[in-house]
Design a protein around this ligand. Structure first.
Ligand SMILES: [Ca+2]
Length: 141
């Protein structure tokens, strides 16, 4: 390899690293779609992202619709959590019918920190015994 081509290669590598770093900072987030089970009694469709430190509480942010898809008397709810915390309060469609959806737009955060490193979300049917839930993977900033 000549001296000139080594310089070019180094420049290309630096450029690629810069682009990747910029992409992860700007696009930390994505779609978030969950079902309580294959029967799809309840579902969530929306997206997730993280606020940077200094915006809101630097938390894990979820937006979308929580839908009860079965007229079975069981309500459907969604809830999220920041790393190290229990599930936050339920939000959802509690009337048990399949009419309408509830809107989710919350930030799950750590009041002791300027930002959270990870978060998770789930949608559940409020049925007998342990609720039936579709749980997301843990998302990382
Ligand atoms: Ca239902």
């Amino acid at each position: 390899m000549t001296h000139t081509s080594k310089k070019v290669m180094a420049g290309l590598a630096l450029g690629a690293a810069f682009l990747l770093g910029g992409a992860s900072a700007a696009y930390a987030g994505g779609s978030l779609n969950l079902r309580t089970s294959n029967a799809n009694e309840g579902s969530f469709s929306g997206s997730w992202t993280f606020y940077p430190a200094g915006t809101g509480h630097g938390g894990f942010v979820v937006n979308g619709n929580i839908c009860d898809n079965a007229n079975d008397g069981n309500g459907v709810y969604g809830q999220g959590r920041a790393a190290g915390y229990d599930w936050a309060a339920r939000r959802g469609d509690s009337n048990g019918s399949s009419a309408g959806c509830a809107y989710e737009n919350r930030e799950f955060y750590d009041p002791q920190a300027t930002q959270v490193g990870s978060g998770q979300y789930q949608v559940c049917v409020d049925d007998l015994g342990p609720d039936t839930c579709g749980v997301s993977q843990v998302y990382y900033r």
